[in-house]
Design a protein around this ligand. Sequence first.
Ligand code: NDP
Length: 630
Amino acid sequence: MSVGTQAKTPGFDPDTLREKYRVERDKRIRPDGNDQYVEVTGDFSHYVDDPYAGEDRERAPVQSEVEVVIIGGGFGGMLAAARLKEAGISDMILIEKGAGFGGTWYWNRYPGASCDIEAYVYLPMLEETGFIPRQKYTNAGETLEYCEVLASKYELHQNALFQTQVQNVAWDEGLCRWRVMTQRGDEIRARFVIHSNGPLNRPKLPGIPGIDLFRGHTFHTSRWDYDYTGGDAFGGLEKLADKRVAIIGTGATAVQCVPHLAQGARALYVFQRTPSSIDVRNNRPTDPNWISTQDPGWQARRRTNFESLMSGVPVKEDLVGDGWTEAFRDLFGRLREQTPPRWRLALWALQGLFSSRRRERGMKQYLIERAMVYLNLPQKMEMADFEKMEKVRTRADSLVDDPSVAESLKPYYRQFCKRPCFHDEYLQTFNRDNVTLVDTQGQGVEAFTEKGVVYGGREYEVDCIIFATGFEVGTDYSRRSGYGIVGVDGLTVSEKWQDGMATFHGLHARGFPNSFFFGPIQSGFTATFTYALDENAIQTAYILEQLNKRGIKRVEASAAAEAAWVEKVIKKARLTEGFQKSCTPGYYNNEGHVQFKPQNTFYGGGPIEFFKLMEKWRAKNRLEGLELQR
Ligand code: NDP
């Protein structure tokens, strides 16, 4: 008897839920996939203007030569700079298009903006800076404040060129340098370039008919117009008191700003295509005695503990104890409870040892896949997921007065098909008289007119439309980053990766010597993205330190090492293909068009395995896989 087909758990029927999930997914799949969005260029380019910068600070173009250029002043770029300085490398320029540090947090300062990964895990280098987050979950204001703390501690302002956009980065083999050109006429020659431009950096807009017709006010959440709304990242949007506002989208961003819009606006229309899963948040102040009593190394231990739980690596204790860890504890705990004795497992695995499948996959991968089938893991995980999502759906019933609105707000998909959200005021917002949920039944908004938004044949007249429609994912690297990269023999990154990603450790790409790409593809990904970025920074700093010690001027991934890494990533990624195909569309699964290119995914063994792999690679101290030239 397979779990989930005959067994009925009180309260829900797995077969009915499975069918409901399928129907909900199918009605959202669109033939245009990622092409449903329009790029913020041309007539739409004002959507990416910087509303926070104040005046443009003029400066003369910089013509110089440095050891390292870092592109991006978010956590990735800052951590790279900090780790390099710790390694004794300080000849660097950090280029950032915003007017200050922060990256994601510089741009996303919409009302309610906040991080729902625990601050003691999310904010990097807390022990180095001595900073104590004020609450378990930090907000945009405090995060930006922390970026300044980090920048001061590592004296990063002196290295930074703000309000500067890189336009092109080109390799000069004769000089063995990169030439970095910017929109301000800078030309910087750098021995090394670190690309840390942020995976969710380019806002996207829905390609809805009439989007350019609307005569009222519009903006994207990542460029919040406080001049128009009043208030700040903590709310108080008093200028909306006489305004009718529409917000398009109900992802993690909308979930946080909708309660503030509801408080400020005369009328708020929330246009929903797919509801988010909204679990308990339970934010609370930090106990000041708690951090001061932690032993040195506490943050690394806490991060490892959190990520271990999230990846199913057994731990004795759940140090973080929140909605994230609960979800994974339930998932993996259930599996462990039902695991048969090891000797039976081993015997069964041995039976297929000489099969062609084993030879194709490699031993470790083969054993993992075989164990999954034997233990019925996919079905057990599905059952745990059903239970979790039933709790989330029941929560909507308990907090929303109108049962039909509550039903509309219930997510019918596996929890990790989309970014899970945690919020304690969002659902109740729909009990307010001035708030209307426009459930577009998975279809999205139909059109815009001069006066407002159309759905279901009805025109909703509004003064302002706010796009909470997210960011480009899966588009060309240069389009997203906003600059071209031209490597050896004129090869561009767009050409290099047009048929799929190819890197070594996610960090190096053959044809682009002396370059380091920070990002989640082919690398260890975690929702605590700052953790993955710090690991990138540590790895990069180690390599540059070693190159200096050994008098190496040029470093490039070898063809064999890159090919082997791609192969490894592909083998690991196969585990998630079926799951992605079963999911409701979104940016996690290429809007439902899972033309699965396994090389375009994260390192499938999970972040902890990946970080350990990098640690072992460093411990060998051989710079294996890299071609080195003096
Ligand atoms: P998302 O891409 O997650 O959400 C975009 C929203 O726009 C979705 O609800 C989408 O619907 C909707 N949408 C798109 N097109 C249309 C349309 N034509 N009509 C109606 N709705 C439409 O972007 P976010 O900015 O919300 O979040 C991006 C990421 O940033 C998150 O996934 C998370 O990683 C991070 N983040 C983290 C936060 C945190 O820590 N709490 C807070 C905010 C962001 P559909 O789902 O149907 O596609």
